[in-house]
Design a protein around this ligand. Sequence first.
Ligand SMILES: Cc1cc2nc3c(=O)[nH]c(=O)nc-3n(C[C@H](O)[C@H](O)[C@H](O)COP(=O)(O)O)c2cc1C
Ligand code: SF4
Ligand code: SF4
Length: 276
Amino acid sequence: MIKRIVAIYFSPTGSTKKIALAAAGELAKKQDLPLLEVDFTVPANRSLNFDFGPEDFVVAAAPTYAGKLPNKILPDLKDKLRGLKTPAAALVTFGNRSFDNSLAELVSVLKEDGFVPLGGAAIVCRHAFTDLLAPGRPAEEDLRQAAAFVRKCFDHAEDDRFDPESADLRVDGQADAPYYVPKGIDGQPARFLKAKPLTRKEKCTDCGICARVCPMASINPGDVTDVPGICIKCQACIRKCPEGAKYFEDKAFLSHVAMLEQNFREPKENAFYYLR
Ligand SMILES: Cc1cc2nc3c(=O)[nH]c(=O)nc-3n(C[C@H](O)[C@H](O)[C@H](O)COP(=O)(O)O)c2cc1C
Ligand code: SF4
Ligand code: SF4
């Protein structure tokens, strides 16, 4: 008997959070159960341990980065979350190119962490890099499909015939596949691992929002033009700066964005997988 719904998400630009919270929130309301929200985007939260039991139902959500889970967050997903045959719904978002292997990796990590995934979903969202890929998504229909997916997983977990010991969810993709290699407009690998955002000083009001929203805590709050830490290109600082003062100038990064805009604008479908 499930007694609590949990929504855990990593979501620098907000789409994954929107879907996870809408779907888990709707379920909690319908079932009259408490909802625990765990925002894994906040660095301080990723230093905590989270333990769940068989009476929790967990919606775990993360975006696709280079065809897999964000690699700098992966160790925390592996080490800080612990389930005890805890039923779960695995959800990834992707920016209309492909989710490749991210859902398979999330399902695998959840299994290793002690969770029992009952379903996997990959939902199309606006690409964090550009508004031209999947604009306006998640739309109402995406949210409706995500809520129906989460409810179906929950109903299965509550079914008397459900046996967590024999459950073995299969989804498309390979958990241990290599990362997608981003291409530039010339079709060649675009190398922008070291790229960092720049600041238009004339626009910046020094409000500090960018430093607060960086999931890697990489922006110096005393001087936001200084980014001493690792940048995972998540775009949180770019999209959440109220003045539009942050930008990327790196040629390889911009070439990759141009390639995406040229080749991946045709709207994609969401994908859903369930335990048989
Ligand atoms: C560094 C990075 C890499 C990405 N790689 C992919 C990818 O391989 N395939 C894809 O379709 N979308 C990719 N995206 C788009 C994100 O998966 C998508 O925008 C996601 O919904 C962002 O989630 P958020 O709004 O919760 O931050 C990438 C985005 C970023 C920031
Ligand atoms: S969010 Fe924008 S305006 Fe605010 S400190 Fe950062 S760069 Fe400056
Ligand atoms: S500095 Fe890099 S990691 Fe930090 S919010 Fe900006 S894009 Fe994301």
